[in-house]
Design a protein around this ligand. Structure first.
Ligand code: DMJ
Length: 631
């Protein structure tokens, strides 16, 4: 019997020690929600505490691992980072443990209303000035109060000409935001203006991807919202409307089709001239996101007009890209030759050049219910988790660096550089859609820490140097998009604080005479005279929705997704068979999605003890702050 007493004694000792560690340092098991309470006595953790530096963890530390693979440039980086005083793990707890909890644990209704009003004013300041000074041109120059069209003097200025096609881009891109704001009369006026004034018969060479997501996507979305009384905004039909927006969308899509001709792989050319097709001097290289993010819009168009051509070419492009993934890692690169199928850019990441490829695998599946899209997405997600994700295993427990998704070589998974870009900030929103909320919480927290440090997201942030690599911020929506989706999933007031912070930074640092201007430099806050159309179509839309709990989109029964440009597409039985006839697991998944979208009572999903707690433990938030140079 003696051995039993010893075993029981040891167990009691272990539990007691775990409790002491937990109570003293907050390092123990996470409480409730997704993680069962586990009492773990982790010798490795004790080592870290003794050594006083969590970056020494070999298994979970990306800040450490990177030194193993680095060349001269990284050696320079390591020198610089050596100068940054490393804080002891224990020192994270020297400040008041409840500082973050106190700051983020509530958000009053009055403040919500105020922020909603601020988001609305922000939108109208940009929109009204665009209509006053810029329409029918594509964009507003918010500093000079003038319109901007394609750069005809410099055709190689793709930064401008890829997007601006001389087709009133900002007006078109903004249509459904007017409905989100409840302004049906202005929505009708804007639709009329588009019908009466927009033509795609233009000598403009634009990027197929940009024309698709900003123009085609918006036209289709507005058409569906106008014609289907079951959509979230109800019956907003326009008298005399005769499918003109759909016809415009069709006309544009036909003009984009030449991009899919004369390509040996089926992967489209990156640009077309709207009048004359693919330019004779076109390059044979395209990025994965550009070629592989056409399926949502092309698929909807095909299904609405009953012509499968568009979906067929877009799907062929996705399949072709997918077939070129690495056998070893399952990853794709970021730039490919459309004739040879060779990868020109071998970098695999979640940001520029790749972001919406992943997004559209999942969203195509949600819309159309095609199993192959789901299979591709799940396989891609697994490869991402295995090869791109670094840091500790669980977001909210254990030791090691915070989880981060790095850029790797698609063939061997070796880290390629030490930056992440601002586009990747969309990824937590996608993780919310698949129900991986814990990973979403952590990645979002990292990006929010960068925002707190600079009051914006630099286009590229070097996590090794703890400094921006590329300094501009063109009013992008990705962080607020993820913030909104995380709020919908968790109802945690923390995300309202994040939204308020973003709103206030944009108001303070980018507002100029006639709108909001691109930040040229996130540190000195110098500006460029440009307001991209996605500022009104996405950034303002997500900010407003975040604070507008009663928006029709959040009402029970609303079923919709956002395209990558933030356009609302109701999940519609005309487009998918999933809800009715799909297999059980698929229906269960879609049901999960619906629950997420229905603004359900959070009490049903989030246990009491977790509901008013921070989504990420304060200790981990402080750790991230430290790692981006905030403390
Ligand atoms: C938008 O045009 C879209 O979200 C696109 O997918 C990439 N990002 C820009 C805004 O940053």
């Amino acid at each position: 019997m003696q051995w039993r007493s010893i075993v029981v004694g040891l167990l009691v000792l272990r539990v007691a020690l775990s409790c002491v560690l937990w109570l003293a340092f907050g390092l123990g098991p996470s409480w409730g929600f997704n993680f069962p309470i586990k009492f773990s006595f982790n010798l490795h953790k004790i080592e870290l505490l003794k050594n006083g530096d969590m970056a020494t963890s070999r298994t979970n530390a990306w800040s450490q691992n990177v030194y193993d693979n680095r060349d001269h440039q990284e050696k320079t980086c390591s020198k610089i980072s050596e100068n940054i005083p490393k804080k002891s793990y224990l020192s994270f707890f020297k400040t008041s443990r409840d500082e973050y909890d106190r700051k983020y644990s509530s958000f009053s209704d009055a403040l919500k209303i105020k922020m909603r009003g601020m988001a609305k004013d922000m939108f109208y300041f940009g929109y009204d000035n665009y209509m006053k000074y810029a329409f029918p041109e594509d964009e507003l120059n918010p500093i000079d109060c003038e319109g901007r069209g394609p750069d005809v003097l410099n055709p190689s200025n793709i930064n401008i000409n890829d997007v601006l096609g001389n087709y009133s881009l900002t007006l078109i891109d903004t249509l459904d935001t007017l409905l989100v704001l409840g302004n049906v009369s202005e929505f009708h006026r804007a639709v009329r203006l588009v019908i009466d004034t927009v033509s795609f018969d233009k000598d403009s060479t634009v990027q197929v991807f940009e024309a698709n997501i900003r123009i085609l996507g918006s036209l289709i979305s507005a058409h569906i919202l106008l014609t289907d009384p079951r959509h979230p905004f109800g019956d907003v039909g326009l008298e005399g409307y005769d499918d003109e927006l759909l016809r415009l969308a069709h006309d544009l899509a036909v003009r984009l089709l030449p991009a899919f001709e004369n390509t040996s792989t089926g992967i489209p050319y990156p640009r077309v001239n709207l009048k004359s097709g693919v330019p004779p001097d076109s390059i044979n290289e395209t990025c994965t996101a550009g070629a592989g993010s056409l399926l949502v819009e092309f698929g909807i168009l095909s299904r609405l007009i009953g012509d499968s051509t568009f979906e067929w070419v877009a799907r062929r492009a996705v399949r072709a890209l997918w077939s070129l993934r690495s056998n070893e890692t399952g990853l794709l690169g970021n730039v490919v030759n459309i004739q040879t199928g060779q990868w020109v850019g071998k970098q695999s990441g979640l940001g520029a050049g790749m972001d919406s490829f992943y997004e559209y695998l999942l969203k195509s599946y949600i819309l159309f219910g095609e199993k192959e899209d789901y299979r591709m997405f799940i396989a891609a997600y697994k490869s991402i988790q295995s090869h791109l994700r670094r840091g500790r295993e669980a977001c909210n427990e254990g030791e090691g660096d915070p989880p981060l998704y790095v850029n790797v070589n698609m063939f061997n998974g070796q880290i390629m550089n030490t930056w992440i870009d601002s586009l990747q900030a969309f990824f937590p929103g996608l993780q919310v859609l698949i129900g991986d909320v814990e990973n979403a919480i952590c990645l979002h927290a990292f990006y929010y820490a960068i925002w707190r440090r600079f009051g914006a997201l630099p286009e590229r942030y070097n996590w090794q140097l703890q400094a921006p690599d590329v300094h501009f911020y063109p009013l992008r929506p990705e962080l607020v998009e993820s913030t909104y989706l995380l709020y919908q999933a968790t109802k945690n007031p923390f995300y309202l604080h994040v939204g308020m912070h973003i709103l206030q930074s944009i108001e303070k640092d980018t507002k100029v005479k006639c709108g909001y201007a691109t930040l040229h430099h996130v540190v000195d806050k110098s500006k460029e005279d440009r307001m991209e159309s996605f500022f009104l179509s996405e950034t303002c839309k997500y900010l407003y929705l975040l604070f507008d709990e009663d928006n029709p989109l959040h009402k029970s029964g609303s079923r919709y997704i956002f395209t990558t440009e933030g356009h609302i597409v109701p999940i519609d039985l005309r487009l998918t068979w999933v809800c009715e006839t799909g297999p059980r697991w698929l229906r269960a998944y879609v049901h999960h999605l619906m629950v997420l979208r229905k603004c359900y009572n959070p009490c049903e999903r989030i246990p009491e003890e977790r509901r008013f707690a921070l989504p990420l433990k304060s200790a981990y938030m402080r750790q991230i702050d430290h790692m981006v140079g905030l403390s």
